[in-house]
Design a protein around this ligand. Sequence first.
Ligand SMILES: Nc1ncnc2c1ncn2[C@@H]1O[C@H](COP(=O)(O)OP(=O)(O)OP(=O)(O)O)[C@@H](O)[C@H]1O
Ligand SMILES: [Mg+2]
Length: 257
Amino acid sequence: MAKIICLAQSKGGTSKTSSVINIAACLVQQGYKVLAVDLDMQANLTTGLGIDPANLEQTMHALLTNPKVKAEHIVVKTQEKIDLLPADVDLSTVEFSIKEIAGREKILARKLRPFVGDYDFCLIDTPPSFAITTLNALSASDLLLSPIQPEPFCLRGMKNLIQTFELIRDVANPYLEMLGVFITLYQNNLLAHRELAETIRQDWGDKAFETVIRRRSGIEMAEATAIGRSIVNYKPSSDLAHDYSALTKEIVNRVQA
Ligand SMILES: Nc1ncnc2c1ncn2[C@@H]1O[C@H](COP(=O)(O)OP(=O)(O)OP(=O)(O)O)[C@@H](O)[C@H]1O
Ligand SMILES: [Mg+2]
């Protein structure tokens, strides 16, 4: 049975989507079978894996709103050898479409659990807000993984996330656990980053991963994304490929411990 890991962080632009793509690509390199799930109406995970939502008949919106649609109806294969449940902009209307449905925060859990048996890992990308999609992601997951940018807004975003995590454990998914947090977009030349990284390590103790994802050229990331590739396969010798590979090894060790 797959371990289902939700990447979430309420501050936007903290590399959630980039991390899903690159951790998933590292897991595939290590021989694991991986499913990625796009729960963000921006569909950055979908396009970042080289899939154009305009060419798809059905996406995550259909899965969440139509009782007859199953995950196997919408899953697509990507060139990174990551299977994907894709999103498109229709996901923006899902909140309205399912507002009358009892247990609407558990729709994804019901659809995903019977489907993930063939996979080793399932990574869920979420939007930078606590929309019904994020609640569905947390309800469906075994583990929560959060990228933290060493900036004050992001530390505040973490507090909101923990409140939501506890609420979901109370009302929808008592099995949800914190896998951990990792520091991202890190610039060692900035004193503020070094100090905030220290604060994050003190606050999170052994839940903070050792590996830090450095901020590197946004151009390399953008080039990889533009052709639907992970940085770990597009530029295997880059610092970011090294960082994501080390982080993924830590994640696997922690999941299997
Ligand atoms: N380590 C990095 N170094 C440099 N640029 C990065 C790094 N990680 C991500 N980026 C870039 O930062 C931007 C935001 O990343 P990304 O889209 O992954 O964040 P996100 O948390 O998913 O954003 P959103 O909250 O909008 O969903 C993107 O342009 C991405 O290419
Ligand atoms: Mg994103």
